[in-house]
Design a protein around this ligand. Structure first.
Ligand SMILES: C[S@@+](CC[C@H](N)C(=O)[O-])C[C@H]1O[C@@H](n2cnc3c(N)ncnc32)[C@H](O)[C@@H]1O
Length: 384
């Protein structure tokens, strides 16, 4: 299972998932379509990268002029500091450079910068990248990389999965624009959800979407274990892994985010919905929220003015002009929306009723319909 793969990758802190060129190009094009000048005059930082191999560096260096960039900076993380080491591949690019240093190559990060036509070819492109070793290992949390973050206008990368929380906090504390890859598990993180609720960050153009029948697919190192079903060898003999629930998080605007969902009224849903649950039960009220349970995004009634609990998979389709996000069903009632808090005794009694043995049914963790917990829900309301 792709999700198991991801959690294994997380647990093992195997963070070496490399992004494909077409995925970067497709995503960046969505921001350009919305605002052709979005990168003009900007300094773009690509941290947690591996500039010699990375498609992020390749894409932005090749498109430096057409995007109108002022400066491109890309940094890599030292091989010796990586959680998944694999075998070390020294590139010809590095070993043939005059600045190559055997004592530094595995323990220092590198910085690549692009600002000028250094080879005097007549244009600024990938051949003009200049590089040196960083003082440290290129950890994004180091003062050295923080200084680069502060210099940048836009930060773009696929950060290590295991450090996603820290990475997003690192961007937000510096109040930077960004486009980064992450998994939908991150949506409910306490560092992330309040920002989504406040429309300070949102999901990118592609999120948890299959293209050509596949989830977002990443290259992995040659010696990476091929666990799970969504693994394959490419035509080039390289290893690839597809990961469900993955996509882009950003605070750059794009057009899809402003396309409202096309929805039926409540009455029509109950008559014509393709979901038998809706036809059979209609829209049920939660026992612990003043809201209705909407188990499918395409069954959100267009004419309901109250609060609705919708699946997390609604978020890639969320249009801030159409709906407002009020909160999430969760234990702490951070958003002050609960109408009932269950006692420990009630949770234990309900567990016994359902399972016939001792235990605690954590009713406060989610929306409850007729005494049963439903899946994780986001609470939304139609905009007037
Ligand atoms: C998911 S991979 C993505 C690599 C590249 N950005 C891409 O998309 O092709 C994340 C990279 O971050 C590196 N990394 C892990 N921990 C890091 C840290 N604390 N600081 C900077 N980079 C780190 C990993 O070694 C890995 O190369």
């Amino acid at each position: 299972m792709a999700n198991e793969n991801l959690s294994k990758a997380k647990n093992a802190k195997n963070d070496e998932f490399y992004t494909q060129y077409e995925d970067i190009q497709r995503e960046i094009n969505a921001y350009l379509e919305y605002n052709p000048d979005v990168f003009r005059g900007k300094t773009v930082l690509l941290p947690c990268d591996d500039p010699e191999w990375s498609n992020f560096t390749k894409f932005f260096a090749q498109n430096f002029e057409s995007l109108g960039l002022r400066k491109l900076i890309s940094t890599s993380f030292a091989h010796k500091s990586k959680n998944f080491k694999g075998c070390y591949q020294l590139s010809l690019f590095e070993s043939e450079s005059p600045q190559f240093d055997e004592s530094k190559t595995q323990i220092h990060g590198k910085i690549f910068t692009l600002t000028r036509d250094s080879d005097k070819s007549g244009n600024i492109d990938i051949d003009d990248l200049e590089w040196e070793y960083l003082e440290g290992d290129g950890d994004f949390r180091s003062d050295e990389v923080k200084t680069l973050r502060d210099e940048a206008d836009i930060i773009i990368t696929n950060p290590p999965f295991s450090l996603f929380r820290e990475f997003i906090a690192w961007i937000v504390e510096a109040d930077k624009k960004f486009v980064i890859i992450g998994n939908q598990n991150a949506i409910t993180y306490k560092e992330v959800f309040p920002l989504i609720k406040g429309n300070q960050i949102w999901l990118g153009n592609r999120f948890n979407q299959r293209i050509n029948g596949k989830n977002m697919t990443f290259g992995v190192p040659d010696d990476y274990p091929m666990i799970g079903t969504e693994t394959e060898y490419g035509d080039n003999g390289k290893k690839y892994i597809s990961v469900a629930g993955t996509g882009w998080f950003t605070n750059l605007d794009h057009g899809r985010r402003h396309q409202p969902l096309s929805l039926m009224t409540m009455e029509d849903n109950i008559k014509f919905s393709k979901h038998k649950e809706i036809k059979e039960y209609g829209y049920q009220k939660y026992d612990n929220y003043d809201a209705i349970e909407v188990p499918f995004t395409d069954a959100i009634p267009s004419d309901y003015d109250g609060v609705m609990g919708v699946p997390i998979s609604f978020l890639p389709k969320y249009c801030p002009e159409q709906f407002e996000i009020l909160g999430m069903c969760e234990n702490l009632d951070l958003y002050g929306l609960k109408t009932r808090v269950y006692t420990t005794q009630e949770c234990q009694e309900r567990y016994f009723e359902i399972f016939g043995k001792k235990g605690t049914y954590d009713l406060n963790a989610s929306g409850v319909v007729n005494g049963n917990k439903v899946y994780q829900r986001i609470l939304i309301k139609k905009k007037v």
